[in-house]
Write a protein that binds this ligand. Structure first.
Ligand code: ZN
Length: 349
């Protein structure tokens, strides 16, 4: 027999909202800084990773990004990130946000993605964990720069790189989804999938979810929590069934929203939105995929049926090809059945 927390940790998982840089082990930030002669603001890893608001966190994000300089650095981080996530949360498939704009001073776009692909292919051969890559628009840069980023992706196509997303905030700290319409149109016209970070924290507007759906034509949404505060937006989100890649522990760290039954993610789930769970930035939020399910979903009061639905929703919302999706679906269903027979019913009550 296994307890419900163990059941949640062992559930097979497909993670769709994961910033590549944050799959790096804390020790690896120091190791790569040494390898590349980068001076960090501190060598005390705890104070380095200390952030409790989005702006502080974004400064940290830039610092961590800066230690990665070569394709081999990216390959090493990619490989180790899979090892950790398999151990901590039974990761079976993951989509990564890389950011070619942040790394272009050191590495050309094709070299960056080929490094990531190398590391992830090696991990896939060893652990059977599939992947795709999504290039993130740095919202602190200009809309023209975002368009140039998409053009670069079109000029250097890779089967593994399937779409665009976002990171950072605008220079004045906003999400501003409407700024990126041209980049999203170009991506759409060239067969790239689209997701956007919207409605994450209290200053963000619930309506930004509708901007993402109606103007950016997204296939997915990252965060989307503020939809829970506006009945009309929530109704549209539920009706659209656009998958929402939610990250519970990040909301605890950045917004102080504890995982409890009234959490906005819990409200999205109960309303029937198409929710999947991810870590967002595991190393910075000191989380892992297992914890998102155990403390996140468990803390919100959801039982095994919702947990299995959320686990499978990650497969259905993935941007891999249909054959790979069918294999994942079969694997997930078999593992769900096996875990159900092991679960101590008293612990899930
Ligand atoms: Zn994110």
């Amino acid at each position: 027999m296994i307890s419900y927390p163990d059941y949640l940790r062992l559930l097979p998982k497909a993670e769709l909202h994961c910033h590549f840089i944050a799959t790096m082990r804390p020790g690896m930030i120091l190791e790569l800084a040494d390898r590349n002669g980068v001076v960090l603001p501190t060598r005390d890893i705890d104070s380095l990773l200390d952030s409790d608001n989005l702006q502080d966190f974004l400064t940290l994000f830039v610092t961590a990004n800066d230690v990665l300089r070569t394709a081999d650095d990216f390959a090493d981080v990619a490989y180790q990130g899979v090892v950790d996530a398999v151990r901590d949360g039974n990761l079976r498939y993951r989509e990564y946000f890389v950011n070619s704009q942040n790394s272009r001073r050191y590495l050309a776009y094709p070299d960056l993605v080929d490094g990531v692909i190398d590391g992830l292919r090696r991990a896939e051969r060893e652990f059977g964990v599939g992947f795709r890559i999504v290039n993130a628009i740095n919202r602190a840069l200009s809309p023209e720069d975002a368009v140039a980023m998409v053009r670069e992706m079109i000029d250097h196509p890779r089967d593994e790189v399937v779409g665009i997303g976002q990171d950072h905030l605008t220079e004045d700290g906003r999400e501003a989804p409407g700024m990126w319409v041209e980049a999203y149109r170009l991506a759409e016209a060239n067969g790239l999938r689209r997701t956007a970070h919207v409605a994450e924290t209290l200053p963000a507007d619930p309506e930004s979810v509708l901007v993402a759906i109606d103007d950016l034509h997204v296939d997915r949404i990252d965060h989307g929590y503020r939809a829970a505060d506006d009945p009309d937006v929530l109704a549209r989100l539920v009706e659209s069934q656009v998958p929402v890649a939610c990250t519970p522990i990040s909301t605890l760290v950045l917004s102080g929203w504890a995982p409890e039954p009234d959490h906005r993610i819990a409200r999205l789930i109960r309303a029937g939105a198409n929710v999947t769970l991810s870590t967002d930035d595991a190393v910075f939020f000191r989380t892992d995929l297992g914890r998102e399910y155990v403390e996140g979903l468990g803390g919100m009061g959801f039982g095994p049926d919702v947990a299995k639905r959320v686990s499978l929703a990650g497969v259905e919302a993935a941007w891999c090809d249909e054959a790979q999706k069918a294999r994942l679906r079969a694997d997930f269903r078999a593992q769900h059945l096996a875990l159900d027979t092991l679960l101590d019913p008293a612990s899930a009550a």
